[in-house]
Structures are given as C-alpha cells and as structure tokens.
Design a protein around this ligand. Structure first.
Ligand code: C5P
Length: 239
C-alpha cells in the first residue's frame, strides 16, 4: 500500500458520531482525512484525537486569517495537536504567512502548512467588489508565489489551476485540490470538476474528495476504486 496516499477524504459532518462511523469504515493506509470548520466547531478536539487514534493523518482545514501574532499562535496550537496539514489564507499577507511558517518551525512538529489562495467561490466580479482588478488566475499565481516565498509548503487550489501553478512554482510545491469527481460520479453542487487522474496529471499533489466517498454505499470500496484508478500516475507529469 502507498505510504503517501493521495486522497484526503473530507469529513463534512455536523456531529462527531457520523464522522467517526465513516472513519471506522475507511483505511488509514489508503487516505488522509480533512476536518473542517463545521465538524471542528461542533466536535472540537475530541473528534480530532479519536481520528488520530484510529491511525489517520488529519488535515485541519480551519483557514486561519488574522493578524500575524494571532495566526501564528493558532498555527502553533494546531501543530502541537499533531495534525498532518493545516492552512491559512494567503490574503493575510506576507507578514502573517511568515509568522505562521516561523511558528510551526519552532514547534518541532512538521505539519505541512498550506495557503488558500483565492476561494474558488470568488469570481471576477467578486474581486471587483473588493477593489482587486487582477483576474482570478493572476491573483492565484501571485498569492501562491507569495506563500512559497514565505516558506509555506503549498496551496489549496482548483484542479483547473494546477497546471498553471505547477509550471510557475516548480515540482516540490504541494498542490491540494478539491472539486474532484470520478468519471461516473454525481457532481453534487460542484461545477468545474476534474477526475482524479486528470487532476494528478495536471499537477495536483493531493486530492480532496468528499461525497463520492462519504456517501457511497461502501466508502472503503469507493476509496479503493479511486486509488486503483490513480495507482500508476506520476504526480505533476503533464498530460
Ligand atoms: O463532497 P465534495 O467532494 O464536493 O467535498 C469537497 C470538499 O472540499 C469540501 O470539504 C469543500 O468544502 C472543500 N472545498 C471545495 N472547494 C474549494 C475549497 C474547498 O470543494 N474551493
């Protein structure tokens, strides 16, 4: 089994019992888990610790965005929980990003610190509303470059942006992409989706996948089927 599974299963649940029941049906050797704002706000540390005790590495998706000192302290606290990955908003700026990276380096833990560039829910007109004239693609490259220059390990981005970012930011930069749908899966509320293979070929490092696995009749079988499908793909190689 791959010791660096590419799939991060999004545990988008409102209560810990549902999240834990699903986790118990998965395999820590075959995926990581993402705990976001809903589950963390509802179930906090208890669920995080129980997931880690089941053997899973956890991406704590809380997207910190605050003044540098507050963000740094939040990142330090998250690192000390033992999470595998955590994130901040790149729009917090250079000093905030550097403070976050420094805070984590000083903990002795080595979680991956990644940045959200521009939320994929933001379109050109939303940028205009907040006074940004650049196109979303230009802004995403600018913010990802800033994150890399501040010592972050990577960014969360749309799979549609992965090849552009891979070309601009090099092989080592970590690209975490949601909006993934196996060829025959329901789109749910996602619109611009990519298949797991296409996303990896475009340069994604890790795939965030929720409902195609969490709502499957057999979540482990769905996870294994996707892992089988992507088994031979070399990360970041252009199609
Ligand atoms: O169920 P589904 O595969 O659509 O879940 C995708 C996960 O990725 C959810 O947790 C969602 O919040 C997250 N996400 C996303 N699009 C973004 C950023 C995060 O779908 N741009």
């Amino acid at each position: 089994m791959n010791n660096d599974p590419k799939i991060i299963v999004a545990l988008d649940f409102a209560v810990s019992s549902s999240a834990l029941a699903l986790a118990e049906r998965l395999d820590p050797a075959a995926c990581r888990l993402k705990v976001g704002k809903e589950l963390f706000t509802a179930a906090g540390l208890v669920v995080l610790e129980r997931l880690m005790r089941l053997g899973f590495e956890v991406f704590l998706d809380l997207k910190f965005h605050d003044i540098p000192n507050t963000t740094a302290q939040a990142c330090k606290a998250a690192a000390e929980l033992g999470v595998w990955m955590l994130n901040v908003h790149a729009l917090g700026g250079r000093r905030m990003l550097q403070a976050a990276a420094d805070a984590i380096a000083n903990t002795g833990q080595h979680p991956k610190l990644i940045a959200v560039t521009l939320l994929t829910s933001m379109a050109q007109e939303d940028l205009a509303d907040i006074g940004i004239a650049e196109s979303p693609a230009q802004l995403v490259v600018r913010l990802a470059t800033l994150a890399r220059d501040c010592g972050l390990d990577g960014v969360v981005c749309s799979a549609q942006e992965a090849s552009l970012l891979r070309a601009n930011l090099g092989k080592a930069f970590c690209l975490v992409t949601p909006g993934i749908r196996p060829a025959l899966a329901s789109l749910d509320d996602q619109s611009r989706v990519m298949t797991p293979q296409a996303a990896l070929l475009a340069g994604s490092s890790y795939l965030v996948i929720g409902r195609p696995i969490t709502r499957a009749a057999d979540p482990l079988q769905a996870l294994r089927a996707i892992n089988l499908e992507i088994g031979n793909i070399e990360i970041g190689v252009q199609a």
